[in-house]
Structures are given as C-alpha cells and as structure tokens.
Design a protein around this ligand. Structure first.
Ligand SMILES: CC(=O)Nc1ccn([C@@H]2O[C@H](CO)[C@@H](O)[C@H]2O)c(=O)n1
Length: 109
C-alpha cells in the first residue's frame, strides 16, 4: 500500500516536462486515482524504472474523456489532439478518468 501510494510512473519521453515544471497534471483511470492530496510521490520512468523527481499531490478530480479540453492540454504541455490520442491509446475503453494535479518538489541535486 505504501508503495502504490507513493510511486507513480510516466512514459520516459514525458519526464523532462515534469522535471522542468512544465507539465503539472496527469490524467489516469480509476486504478490510479488513489493518490492522497498533500502526499509526496516519487516519479519513475515506466520503461526503465529510473527515479525522476518528487511531486506533491494537489488534487484528484474525476473527469469524463469527452470533457478533456484545451485547459488540460496546456497543463499537460501537449497539444489537445495529441493528448486525447495518447489517452485513447492508454485507456481505450474508459470514459471515467481522473485529473491528478501536482506540484514539483525541490530536489537536492
Ligand atoms: C503506467 C503509466 O505509466 N501510465 C501512464 C499514463 C498516462 N501518462 C501520461 O499522462 C497524461 C494523461 O494520460 C499523458 O501525458 C500521458 O501520456 C503516462 O505518462 N503514463
């Protein structure tokens, strides 16, 4: 439980955006909606399980796929069509999603 609550993985190609503070949300399905507001979570790459940085969870809010808009795309630092395409690839059969908003924690390196 401690492990799932304090670790999140991202596709490696997105991790520079997180580390630089440009990407401040992620959209996940119910199985990844368990993060607690105020908790600190370690970010790892999905492909190689390398630690990237730490984030603090700001909010977790339900959203339907068809309501994802330009505002979300800006916070994802992705173009809206690209964001929707990615989410459809990852979660092909789900309309029930969750916007996880986070802030970057200062790193000691
Ligand atoms: C197991 C695992 O790592 N899954 C995911 C799921 C989603 N994402 C990214 O979150 C945003 C909204 O979905 C987009 O930017 C996605 O590319 C990710 O990086 N990794």
């Amino acid at each position: 439980m401690i492990d799932v609550a304090n670790k999140i993985t991202f596709f490696e190609f997105l991790t520079p955006l997180i580390k630089s503070g440009k990407k401040t949300i992620t959209i996940r399905d119910k199985s990844e909606s368990h993060y607690l507001v105020g908790s600190q979570v370690e970010v790892f790459t999905l492909e190689t399980d390398q630690k990237v940085c730490e984030i603090e969870i700001v909010s977790v809010e339900a959203i339907r796929f068809d309501l994802i808009n330009e505002f979300h795309a800006q916070q994802e630092h992705l173009a809206l069509p690209r964001l929707k395409e990615l989410i459809k690839e990852i979660y092909p059969n789900t309309n029930e999603l969750f916007v996880i908003t986070y802030k970057l924690m200062p790193s000691d390196t």
